[in-house]
Write a protein that binds this ligand. Structure first.
Ligand SMILES: Nc1ncnc2c1ncn2[C@@H]1O[C@H](COP(=O)(O)OP(=O)(O)OP(=O)(O)O)[C@@H](O)[C@H]1O
Ligand SMILES: [Mg+2]
Length: 185
């Protein structure tokens, strides 16, 4: 199964991918990560990681994404997570075509949320199930912010994690340090 994160620059895509990958790995699911971002956030995270974890492979060429996924499949991977760069149209399109589920993380700030319809359109064009995942949410205002934001998306026909039973990812300082030292929280 392939799963992709799409979204605005800095919208917490890589943090989400690292945490999902490690959680799946510890749940006994054979998991792998493809880092399509030339910034190589997860490749560097993996290099610094001292603990057991899923393999992270770089792939920045859209045409090579499918062979990379097939290779992981041949090796027995049950879940492959694809981390994308913000504003990566060609790679985002290809990754959406090759995935079974597209996650669109966003903060509840207007700047981040304004970018969501583009990711939604990309996933929709690829005919893939997708939803918006609220992330880095200020817990004090979480319920109101997320409720209002989700209602706005639903009114525009954009599915969100609220209707799909997904958790809200709260703001926690530990999410910052873990990308630096190769851990997860
Ligand atoms: N839940 C959270 N709480 C606090 N900080 C967070 C949280 N999620 C992510 N961050 C921080 O926000 C910043 C952006 O996160 P991240 O690098 O995962 O975003 P991205 O979407 O992958 O960015 P890019 O578009 O540059 O690839 C990082 O400094 C990260 O540590
Ligand atoms: Mg990233």
């Amino acid at each position: 199964m392939g799963c992709l994160d799409l979204g605005f620059e800095g919208s917490t895509k890589s943090t989400l991918t690292a945490h999902l990958a490690v959680a799946a790995h510890h749940a006994g699911i054979l998991t792998a990560v493809v880092d399509t971002d030339p910034q190589a956030t997860l490749r560097m995270w993996s290099t610094r990681r001292q603990l057991d974890g899923p393999p992270v492979r770089p792939e920045t060429t859209p045409d090579f994404l499918e062979p990379t996924l097939r290779e992981f499949e041949r090796q027995g991977a049950e879940l492959v997570l694809i981390d994308t760069a913000g504003k990566a149209e060609l790679m985002g399109k290809r990754a959406a075509e090759l995935s079974d589920l597209v996650l669109i993380p966003t903060r509840t700030s207007l700047a981040d949320m304004d970018a969501v319809p583009t990711s939604h359109a990309m996933a929709k064009a690829a005919g893939k199930p997708h939803f918006v995942l609220f992330s880095d949410v200020d817990v004090s205002g979480a319920k109101r912010d997320v409720k209002e934001a989700a209602a706005g998306f639903v009114a525009r026909g954009i599915p969100t994690g609220r209707e799909n039973g997904a958790p809200i990812i709260c703001h926690r300082k530990g999410y910052k340090s873990c990308l630096i030292d190769g851990s997860t929280i």
